[in-house]
Write a protein that binds this ligand. Structure first.
Ligand SMILES: [Zn+2]
Ligand SMILES: [Zn+2]
Length: 426
């Protein structure tokens, strides 16, 4: 694409004199809740462009002013370097009169939020956050709700669009000074990360007894939950889209007890482990299955169970298969580390009821099933089960399409062969 085309029209340039231009860009697709505005800000600074970016209903709107060559470079890099979770479906450009604006800002969102927008699905813990979670020098060392613009809850915490913190269940937590510094720093990975939090200001975990009494907090809650699991207890764990019921997947009696209390006599139970090699110890995993297990969507993948493995037979009675998923929240990682064995993680409900999401609801509905409740105080806005896939002839087939995939449409729009899907209105 030539500079003149990208800048939105035919240009007549005097030799050696870059022309100052202003354009407005309207970007549609999955562009909210995926770190798109911070990315736009960085790109504008890189090209010395002034203007602003803001979430509008149904799109992200960008005003750019500066050298037309730089604007053209910005537009082509916008698509090429978009954040991993973003998907640009359409991009429109409109010319504007330059007004001499200085600097580039992330503006407040426009009005009229629209719930029909594509909202990013929840995303499993990213590699950068996982490294920080286990780095004793990091201020979020072992913090169970570490996130950044590339990972964490989205669909399950967003109440309305546009995606800003005040329209999510993170609204209840006011960022501390250290978190705010990151949030406001354009070169930080957490710049405008709406789920940004730390142990000083963010959600916390607690361990409750049936009935709601308790309660151990934070590290003590994690330790106690792990002890319960290691000794065969059933622990209800509040996750992203609802509660799981967890139990030691190697403990025959504990699994029998879970089945009896849950009224789920013969249906197979999903198992969670932390690492791919732990999944391989339980089941045969081919290359395609390994990719799915480790994908940011983190579905349950139905695998061929090893004839000799640590799993209690009651996990999937009479079947040669087992559903396995890798840990996808920081809380899962910390818990699995502490338990150091595979856990059954089945949805927190009685058979044929929907999964429980609220703390009070879980205490009520899972009374008589769970021996303890590992809860947190980040409210779940949207109920969501784990997705379940199996690979058939090398291709993934959905048995249940939910967390990590929904609410994106099943058929993704066909990607443009190159460049920008542009509808120039000039
Ligand atoms: Zn992250
Ligand atoms: Zn903080």
């Amino acid at each position: 694409m030539s500079a003149a085309m990208a800048a939105g029209g035919v240009t007549v340039r005097s030799a050696g004199e870059p022309r100052r231009r202003r354009i407005e860009l309207h970007v549609r697709g999955v562009v909210q809740g995926v770190g798109f505005r911070p990315f736009v800000h960085r790109l504008a600074v890189r090209h010395a462009l002034s203007g602003w970016v803001r979430n509008e209903s149904g799109e992200v709107c960008i005003a750019l002013e500066g050298d037309e060559t730089e604007i053209a470079a910005f537009v082509s890099e916008l698509r090429r370097e978009a954040p991993p979770l973003a998907r640009i479906d359409a991009l429109e450009m409109e010319p504007r009169e330059p007004d001499g604006t200085e600097g580039f800002a992330i503006a407040l969102s426009g009005a009229s939020p629209d719930r029909r927008l594509p909202i990013s699905p929840d995303v499993g813990l990213c590699a950068a956050c996982e490294t920080e979670l286990y780095d004793p020098a990091n201020r979020r060392y072992r913090y169970p709700f570490i996130t950044c613009t590339d990972c964490g809850p989205r669909f399950t915490v967003i109440e309305d669009m546009p995606y800003d913190r005040e329209r999510t269940s993170m609204r209840a937590f006011t960022q501390c000074a250290a978190c705010l510094d990151e949030y406001r720093n354009p070169v930080d990975r957490r710049y405008h990360s709406q789920t940004n939090a730390c142990a000083a200001c963010g959600p916390r975990v607690a361990l409750l007894s049936p009935g709601g009494a308790g309660s151990a907090l934070d590290e003590a809650a994690l330790r106690e939950a792990a002890d319960r699991l290691r000794s065969g207890g059933i622990v209800a764990i509040r996750g992203l889209g609802g509660f799981h019921l967890a139990v030691d997947a190697t403990n025959v009696d504990a699994i029998d007890r879970l089945r009896e209390r849950k009224g789920r006599e013969a249906k197979p139970l999903a198992v969670m482990v932390r690492r791919l090699d732990e999944a391989r110890a339980l089941a045969h995993v081919d290359a395609r299955e390994a990719d799915l297990l480790q994908s940011r969507e983190r579905p349950i993948v139905l695998l061929r169970r090893r004839s000799i493995c640590a799993l209690a037979p009651g996990v999937a009675p009479g079947l040669g298969t087992v559903g396995v998923m890798l840990a996808y929240t920081p809380l899962h990682h910390l818990l699995l580390d502490a338990v150091s064995r595979p856990l059954v993680m089945t949805s927190g409900n009685h058979s044929d009821e929907p999964i429980a999401t609220g703390n009070g609801e879980a205490l009520r509905r899972l009374d008589g099933i769970a021996d303890a409740f590992l809860v947190h105080d980040r409210e779940i806005v949207a109920r969501h089960d784990d997705s379940l896939l199996r690979v058939v002839d090398g291709a993934p087939v959905f048995l249940r399409r939910a967390r990590g995939y929904a609410p994106l449409p099943v058929r993704l729009p066909i990607a443009a062969p190159q460049g920008i899907v542009a509808v120039a209105r000039i």
